[in-house]
Design a protein around this ligand. Structure first.
Ligand code: ADP
Ligand code: MG
Length: 228
């Protein structure tokens, strides 16, 4: 049976997808393509020669599912200390959706992005500590990823409102991913180290923007936090 989402309010919107709370399970979310930015639109925007590729090439849900299945096989349980779980596809009235673990704070609110937290609070000592733990994990497991963007990482808080951990919720696919785990270990570590260095650079950039009035860019703020 198809799940009805079109009547509900998405809790977030990324560049490609809308995110809804899974109606039957508040511990999960469903990500569907944005109806205002279809796969066809995305392909068209790429221009020649990429626009010759099949539509499936531009489908993040499909790519994310394949990548998550591979990472699950490679890393198993420890992966989920800092990556949200993927539960596979569901049929919805907005097309095929990908169901994932919805990261919530202890008070039930959907966790905010790292971008939003640093924008609001600066790079607090607690946040620095959480990023350091995450960075150490990312390098030691040398998890292959695209660039670690601040709106693709969420900050989960505990009962006291303190930061419990950072969780990557998007951006794990990459064109070159499939071969990466065949690479020599040193090269894998080098790649992950570079991603972490870029993450710190992005944090620096965001800190530099904090004086300005508007939240920078289009992504990283929730539409609602679904707090009970
Ligand atoms: N599993 C999740 N838990 C909590 N928040 C999430 C989760 N997945 C997505 N979000 C929120 O939704 C936004 C958009 O989701 P994302 O998967 O990044 O979409 P897109 O592929 O369009 O970039 C994120 O920036 C984040 O705020
Ligand atoms: Mg995203």
């Amino acid at each position: 049976m198809s799940i009805t989402l079109a009547d509900l309010a998405p809790f977030a919107r990324g560049g490609n997808r809308l995110c809804y709370v899974y109606p039957a399970d508040r511990g999960r979310c469903i990500k569907v393509r944005r109806p205002d930015f279809t796969l066809e639109d995305r392909r068209r925007k790429k221009g020649f020669p990429k626009n010759l590729l099949p539509l499936s090439h531009f489908d993040d849900n499909r790519e994310e599912f394949q990548v998550m299945a591979l990472l699950d096989r490679l890393y198993g349980e420890p992966l989920y200390r800092h990556v949200s779980r993927c539960f596979g596809f569901v049929e919805t009235d907005m097309g095929k959706g990908l169901a994932s673990e919805l990261i919530r704070d202890a008070d039930g609110a959907v966790s905010q992005t790292l971008k939003k937290v640093i924008w609001d609070e600066g790079f607090s000592e607690q946040c620095q500590q959480a990023v350091a733990v995450f960075a150490q994990f990312w390098q030691s497991y040398s998890i292959p990823s695209r660039d670690l963007l601040l709106h693709n990482i969420v900050v989960q808080r505990d009962e006291q409102g303190d930061i419990a951990r950072l969780v990557v919720i998007d951006g794990l696919g990459s064109q070159g991913l499939i071969p990466t785990h065949w690479m020599p270990k040193e090269l894998q570590v080098k790649k992950a180290t570079k991603k972490v260095a870029n993450l710190y650079k992005r944090i620096e950039t965001l800190l530099g923007q904090r004086g300005q009035e508007q939240f920078p860019g289009y992504h990283g703020e929730l539409l609602h936090n679904d707090k009970p």
